[in-house]
Design a binder for this molecule. Structure first.
Ligand SMILES: [Zn+2]
Ligand SMILES: [Zn+2]
Length: 343
């Protein structure tokens, strides 16, 4: 089969090449991949800014159909449409695993960077991380389940957004738009920010229900927010991975507010910790997701509270990966979904 492989450490070293088809081991399932979204992480691996253990097939945001069950697998069927979490071989024994936060397992391996992922016609995953695909969406839409799980986890579990709260989301990319929809589902008042380069993405945010969109290069964000709450935003979700958005987020958040960092920077940035102290902010990160995020995200999809289609801007064959990566780099896209060669 032909797969998109990171062949060795370093910048670039990505090839679309022939590799053997995988076999499911004990407790594993072989999935015929129908669609797989490109994640910011894939771009970071391309540039060697995120951990990776080559040679490895990239891609972890996928949907597909079960074609083979490994030994010991029960409760799943051949022909079943599924999505999957991205864990592989978490230990089950460390403090984080034992308390349900297996996304933070100390020896965790993940699909698409440590073990072969899903930019290929077939991939193998552990049965315990499979979720049935919602019946009301397409394979392309279902490929957004993983970023949605992270978003639902960030909004409802890590941060605990409540109805009526003034929530600022910076960065109207795919994750930002999903975080925004999860916050709207919780009943928050959502302000989405972006820059001149994001104008068309801000329009999508508006169409998806943002109460207010702000181009921070054209408008004074602090003034806009004070119009809704004199002391500032209750919650900030920073989804752009831009240092300037962290700076302004910490400035416009109210004392006692919650700041959740969702985007990755790929480098060290400067941050005014004194503002965190004097405003008594609660600062959190979000790394991947666990069952709680998947369960909540997929429920919201089944209840039609999250629209995934408008978050997809392009669907391309895996063979056109280079064009797809460039589209993301140049900010001309939202989620780009790749479809493997059909077998
Ligand atoms: Zn991802
Ligand atoms: Zn563990």
């Amino acid at each position: 089969m032909k797969a998109l492989v990171k062949t060795q450490k370093g910048v670039n070293f990505i090839e679309y090449k022939e590799i053997p088809e995988p076999k499911p081991g004990f407790g594993e399932v072989k999935v015929n991949v129908k669609a797989c979204g490109i994640c910011g992480t894939d771009i970071h691996i391309w540039k060697d800014e995120f951990q990776n253990i080559p040679p490895v097939v990239l891609g972890h945001e996928f949907s597909g159909v079960i074609v083979e069950l490994g030994e010991g697998v029960t409760g799943l069927n051949i022909g079943q449409k599924v999505v999957s979490e991205v864990m592989y071989q978490v230990c089950g024994k460390c403090q984080n695993c034992k308390t349900g936060y297996y996304n933070l397992c100390l020896t965790r391996k993940g699909l698409g960077w440590a073990v072969n992922g899903a930019f290929a016609p077939f991939t193998v995953v552990e049965a315990q991380y499979i979720h049935p695909m919602p019946e009301n969406i397409t394979f392309e839409e279902a490929a957004l389940s993983e970023p949605l799980a992270i978003s639902a986890y960030a909004v409802s579990e890590i941060t605990g957004v409540k109805s009526g709260e003034i929530v600022l989301v910076s960065g109207p990319g795919p994750i930002g738009l999903l975080v925004m929809q999860c916050a709207l589902a919780e009943g928050a008042f959502v302000i989405m920010t972006g820059t001149d380069a994001d104008e068309w993405r801000l329009k999508v945010a508006k169409e998806l229900g943002a109460h207010r969109i702000v181009n921070v290069q054209q408008e004074d964000l602090g003034k806009v927010i004070r119009g809704y709450n004199e002391i500032g935003a209750d919650i900030v979700f920073e989804c752009s991975g831009a240092a300037s958005a962290v700076k302004s987020g910490i400035e416009v958040i109210r004392k006692g507010g919650k700041f959740t960092q969702v985007g990755l920077f790929g480098r060290t940035i400067e941050i005014n910790m004194d503002l965190i102290v004097t405003k008594e902010l609660r600062l959190s990160g979000v790394f991947s997701s666990n069952w709680r995020g998947w369960h909540r995200g997929l429920r919201l999809v089944r209840q039609n509270k999250i629209l995934l289609k408008p978050v997809i801007s392009h669907v391309l064959p895996v063979s056109e990966w280079a064009k797809a990566f460039e589209l993301i780099e140049s900010k001309q896209s939202l989620k780009v979904v790749l479809t493997p060669e059909s077998k």
